[in-house]
Design a protein around this ligand. Sequence first.
Ligand code: UD1
Length: 418
Amino acid sequence: MEKYIINGGNKLYGGVEIQSAKNSVLPVLAATVLTDEKIRVLNMPDISDVRNMVKILTRLGCKAVFDGNDLIVDSSCADCYEIPSELAHELRSSVFLLGSVISRFHMAKIAYPGGCDIGLRPVDLHLTGLKRLGVEITEENGYIICKCDKLCGNEIMLDCPSVGATENIMLAAVKAEGTTVIKNAAREPEIEDLQKLLNCMGAKVKGAGSSSITIEGVKRLGGCDFLPISDRIEAGTFLIAAAMCGGEIELKRACAENISSLLHKLRENGCKIRVGNDKIILENHRRLTSVKSIETQPYPGFPTDLQAQITALCCICRGQSIVTENLFETRFKYVPELRKMGADITVINRNAFVRGVEKFRGATVIAHDLRGGAALVSAGLAAEGRSEILDISHIDRGYGSFEYKLRKLGGDIVRVSV
Ligand code: UD1
């Protein structure tokens, strides 16, 4: 077990390069199973979700080797369609493999997925979508078992725009017979990125980024080199940390358009933000004013993956805020931890009522999930005194070289083993 020790109070100055998007890389790795040719994914983030996905691919018989920061996946010898529980529980995105594994083997057996404990996170929409493509699904001892003679294109209407379900159906449909149309599809930039990869492999997908995606099935897919988009959630986390600590930071390889909902709120708070080609500069030298209300929504709305971090910011703004979480039921687990640091927050159902205090005080707190953990780190950096953040393995799931990057910006943060 490892923890962070943070001596708060330093302003953040300097530049940092944003990693490739975790939420793009994971479905991209799932897509590698669709071809016998090599896929080289460039500039992989050094995060444990990727390492776990690689373990699963290896278990399926694929060969995955790192070449510097690139990962080369060769699925030509994939020979297994089962993802056992010890691997699936480490990573919720293992469920994305259902679509590609069923496409390849016409069989798939996967234990119910794990991931952050942030609510019920059902997979019913994934399964309903796959059934519409001709897959028979049964459940047995915690496993989802899928079988089909062949996959056939169909029209699929999602009850809500689930990111994972949209991606899983795309992966299953690219080599199905005929045309698939996904209606009420999620519109996240990572879905457009998956479309880009699939089309590079020879698929015929269009419409990603809008709520209707059309996939014309093709017989075979080939290899390619692919550079995923940059991680808008990592970018947002650094911007919020700098807004909280004060200072001036420049994010390189960052896409402002993909986090315009956050930039809008930060400007409303009082931050100065400049946007250039692939870069975002944030400057703040004073205590910010609260934003009255923030609600998480599917893209292009405010991302649920930045909810914890923006709430931490609201805690030290002048005035009151209401933060509403509309996507996941239990995404306020970090709140009691922020309270230990002096925050004044009351949670009622899906709303966090925040009254701004002057400063956080250093404290020992526990990271219960990935984004909540990142919020605690930002609070520790902005706090007066010393904080310890325990259980940081959650943070390692999604932030590569986190403390290294923060130290480069001037944060006093070290990782120690306990
Ligand atoms: C993805 C992201 C995650 C982000 C989330 C929402 C990845 C690897 N993860 O997760 O970081 O927080 O999008 O932007 O890309 N739902 C159902 N049934 C389903 C599937 C989802 O009811 O079968 C509901 C969920 O409970 C939730 C909502 O749909 O309320 C959105 O979830 P979804 O978009 O599927 O999130 P993930 O794909 O799991």
